[in-house]
Design a binder for this molecule. Structure first.
Ligand code: G6P
Length: 637
């Protein structure tokens, strides 16, 4: 989604903003812009439709200054264009905004009636006019021409909420606070006022904002990726909080001007994680990180005495865990598909009914929150709005929610009753790979934990712990098949689309495989349960539509082979992803991968499909890490 970065301090903010925006590009990227208070005290705004390098080329070398704010945009209100790019300004005020203003039409009409002149179609521009209006500045107003650098209005040094009635001069924080009171919607917001270059104001409601503490300098961003080059000390704002940043510190308060106290956290992000490190793409790098990632997920969590798994953050004692009657997993996109895989594992191993549901659907259908159900919110970013809202819906109704989250300190991680961090490291490519595998592995651990509390035997517990330990090495063996997979992908990329079929354990694998392919190759990819093929989609099968069939060596293999027979009878091309080549003429190509325990095989079967999607996208010349129309983290509805 859109990204925000802001800086105040003695350094020139321009390179810091551009560097930060480049790090945020993976969140959203159809336009980019910065606003800086120049050394002569003027507000300078540069913004372009396009990517950060295009913005950098547009910024004159002589433009230097502080404070500054920057933004990368993923269009929601108004098409991508120079005018719709952020920052938006009104007189000396400039803003960048993530989120959506729900009462935009009404606010815009009121501002226009009062003389404001809008220069974009965005809802975000409303913030610039609303805040400026608190100072009596409107597009038609003479005050707009107040000289930049013209300091010291009466309310300027006041504390939040102090003095200043409506229409009287107020300080920037109070002006932002007043403006926010009339806004219904979500925001991560950064505001500067060229007349007061000693401060920046940021605010958060439903869209993440972090402060970064430096040495006599302060940063703010929507994502830690923009900060890690400069500082590891961060403060997460909560919803409904406003912060004023000065070079030497910050203060936070609520919308009602009550002061809040914040603890700084140290983030452990590795700067190198944000470099492609010799790989052509982040997606490639992240696929290849998987053996190490799975090893990290497992580290210290397997118990060889009782053949179970320990997940320290669950906050469930054995009695509470035994009382779980059902598990409901909620997430979006690949997080949802990892939940489908996880639910299958939990139900199969622990014999506890489990299912997964798209978080967005769940929260709108007025779900019944059942006693004895364990709810699990899954999110790589920990910021996906739909998942967060679903988690909040469960909590509001008194349900117990766990989080399976990658980003430490993220909103979902802070809003759940307990959970498990993936520790997969930052995932930069829009499409999830290593975090899908890490999440699936966490679900295997959770399944084992619940299973051994219920009635899985120690012998079966041992079978699973041994199987889990083999995963990293087996993933490495699959990655060594890359050349073979790449040549298949190149060949298949010329078809107009592909079918993905799988049965039971293979079904979530097929769904995630189709998701990967469509995200990065833009080929039409449809996943179907193999058992359902003859109930409709078989009508589409023919020589022009290849099928990727997930055929593990398990008790359902005969059924899967029968499905292949149905496809071959219609002269469809078949790629089998499984453990061995089927007899006869049932497959045109086979990717035979290492076998693990049948419950854990789906984790491994997903890996070749990542490489298949990656190489199909490369063959088609697509921008693999930044697929069209998609954003890494969707922090709006
Ligand atoms: C976006 C991304 C998907 C991702 C989904 C959930 O739609 O494009 O790749 O799976 O969000 O993201 P999360 O951060 O909650 O896992």
């Amino acid at each position: 989604m859109c990204g925000i970065v802001a800086y105040i301090g003695n350094r020139d903010s321009v390179p810091i903003l551009l560097e930060g925006l480049a790090r945020l590009e993976y969140r959203g990227y159809d336009s980019a812009g910065i606003a800086v208070v120049s050394r002569s005290g003027d507000l300078r705004v540069r913004k372009v439709k396009g990517r950060v390098p295009e913005l950098a080329a547009d910024v004159p070398a002589r433009l230097k200054g502080s404070p500054g704010i920057g933004h990368t945009r993923w269009a929601t209100h108004g098409e991508p264009s120079d005018a719709n790019a952020h920052p938006h300004s009104c007189g000396p005020i400039a803003i960048v905004h993530n989120g959506i203003i729900e009462n935009a039409e009404e606010l815009r009409a009121g501002l226009i009636a009062a003389g404001a002149k809008f220069s974009s179609q965005t809802d975000s521009e409303i913030f610039a006019h609303l805040i400026a209006a608190q100072f009596g500045i409107g597009s038609d107003s003479p005050a707009e021409r107040a000289e930049p650098g013209d300091r010291g209005e009466a309310g300027d040094r006041g504390e939040p909420g102090e003095g200043a009635g409506r229409g009287e001069p107020v300080d920037l924080e109070e002006a932002v606070r007043r403006a926010l009171k009339s806004v219904v919607g979500t925001y991560g917001l950064a505001v500067l006022d060229a007349r007061h270059p000693d401060r920046l104001v940021v605010a958060r409601n439903g869209s993440p904002v972090l402060l970064g503490i430096g040495d006599k300098e302060m940063f703010a961003a929507s994502d830690v990726a923009a900060l890690v080059r400069y500082t590891r000390q961060v403060v997460h704002l909560d919803d409904g909080e406003i912060a004023t940043l000065h070079a030497d510190g910050f203060r936070t308060s609520t919308l009602d001007a009550r002061r809040t106290t914040k603890q700084a956290a140290v983030v452990e992000a590795d700067v190198a994680s944000y470099d492609a490190d010799g790989h052509a793409h982040f997606m490639h790098k992240e696929i290849h990180e998987q053996p190490g990632v799975v090893e990290r997920v497992l580290r210290g969590r397997l118990d060889d005495r009782f053949y179970t798994a320990h997940l320290g953050g669950l906050n469930l004692d054995p009695r509470e865990a035994r009382a779980i009657k059902r598990v409901k997993i909620l997430g979006c996109g690949s997080a949802y598909y990892s939940g489908v895989l996880g639910a299958q594992l939990i139900e199969e191993l622990a014999r506890v009914p489990a299912d997964a549901e798209p978080a967005s659907e769940f929260r709108y259908r007025g779900p019944v929150i059942e006693e004895g159900t364990l709810y699990v919110g899954v999110s790589q970013s920990g910021e996906t709005y739909d998942t967060l809202a679903a988690v909040q819906e469960v909590k509001r109704k008194g349900g117990h929610v766990l989080g399976v989250v990658n980003t430490v300190g993220s909103t979902i991680a802070r809003g759940v009753d307990g959970g498990v961090y993936l520790h997969a490291g930052p995932e930069v490519s829009v499409t999830s790979t290593k975090t899908f595998t890490a999440t699936a592995t966490v679900f295997a651990l959770l399944a084992l934990h619940l299973a051994r509390i219920h009635d899985l035997s120690p012998a079966d517990g041992r079978r699973i712990t041994d199987g889990l330990r083999k995963l990293p090495e087996q993933i490495a063996q699959i990655l060594a098949m890359e050349e073979e997979i790449a040549s298949l992908a190149k060949d298949l990329a010329h078809y107009p689309g592909m079918f993905f079929v799988g049965r039971v354990r293979g079904w979530p694998v097929a769904r995630e495989g189709a998701q990967k392919l469509k995200e990065v190759s833009y080929l039409h990819a449809e996943a179907y349960p193999a058992s359902e093929l003859k109930h409709g989609p078989l009508a589409l099968v023919g020589p022009e539509l290849p099928t990727v069939a997930i055929v593990p060596d398990d008790e359902l293999i005969e059924k899967n082979l029968a499905t292949l027979g149905e496809i071959k009878a219609r002269r469809g091309r078949v790629l089998v992803v499984g453990h061995s080549a089927p007899d006869g003429e049932l497959a045109d190509n086979v990717l035979a991968i290492p076998k693990n325990e049948h419950e854990l095989d789906p984790i491994l079967l997903s890996v070749p499909l990542q490489l298949l999607a990656y190489h199909a996208a490369v063959a088609l010349g697509n921008d693999v890490d930044r697929p069209r129309n998609l954003a890494k983290s969707v922090t709006v509805e």
